[in-house]
Design a protein. Structure first.
Length: 259
């Protein structure tokens, strides 16, 4: 019997870590619905998941109606809901001075508000199944951050606090809530950052190698490595884990910048 046979998962986001997570859970027997706003990423994920029990729908995860619809779509398609993985995010750059109110609000709505929405509409569904697991994708930037990422770092720090609050609030429902904090991972978001700092014609492999050197393991991570941690936390192997953050960062935050 596969690890996730009979389980139903909802994932926000359809590229990078979200994509890898859908493929990991579905390959282990889960029925998965993923939702995102990027039509190209949605289509690519649906094609990659051919032959698996997977549905991909378009949804703005900052929109309450869209998230409510995605939760209901998962229940309608697969009969219930057991797992929620909140992986959707945007990564604005700028200081608080450079970030306008609309940009700040959007970052909070997508990165943190979407977790509130999937919980608001999804927790009752998990409770009906006798419990479940929620995994929130945070970031090392919520622990220690670079310059010029005020909104992103604030949103990821908020995810750590929200994860603890949700874990305490819903432990009696049999719902475990944890977060993962990746370091630099080979995703479209990281590629966007590389082009921002090194130009549109940047050699991504060279940039990723340079950034990877900052991690004690000497490289950036792969989405599948983060998905593996998410699968651990979402399944029975993580049955005594709740309210915690798990860093998948190649040792990036283990040291200090002094040599």
């Amino acid at each position: 019997m596969a690890e996730f046979d009979g389980k139903v998962a909802l994932i926000t986001g359809t590229s990078g870590i979200a994509r890898a997570t859908l493929l990991r859970l579905a390959a282990a027997g889960a029925a998965v619905l993923a939702c995102g706003i990027d039509e190209a990423a949605n289509a690519g994920l649906l094609a990659a998941a051919a032959g698996l029990r997977a549905v991909v729908v378009r949804a703005d995860v900052a929109d309450p109606g869209a998230v409510a619809g995605a939760v209901q779509a998962a229940v309608d398609a697969f009969g219930g809901l057991d797992i929620i993985v909140n992986a959707a995010a945007i990564h604005p750059f700028g200081t608080v001075e450079q970030t306008d109110p609309a940009g700040w609000a959007r970052a909070m709505a997508v990165n943190v508000g979407s977790i509130h929405l999937t919980g608001h509409y999804g927790v009752p569904q998990l409770r009906r199944r006798g419990g479940g697991a929620i995994v929130n994708v945070a970031s090392v930037q919520g622990h220690a951050c670079q310059q010029g990422v005020a909104a992103y770092a604030a949103s990821k720090g908020a995810i750590h606090a929200l994860t603890r609050a949700m874990a305490l609030d819903h432990a009696a429902d049999g719902i475990r809530v944890n977060s993962v904090s990746p370091g630099s991972v080979r995703t479209p978001m990281l590629a966007h950052a590389a082009r921002r700092f090194d130009g549109e014609d940047a050699d991504l492999d060279a940039v990723f190698a340079r950034w990877g050197a900052a991690h004690p393991l000497g490289r950036i991570g792969e989405p599948e490595e983060v998905a593996e941690m998410i699968a651990f936390l979402a399944g029975p192997r993580g049955s005594f884990c709740t309210g915690a953050d798990f860093r998948v960062d190649g040792g990036l935050t283990a040291g200090i910048g002094v040599r």
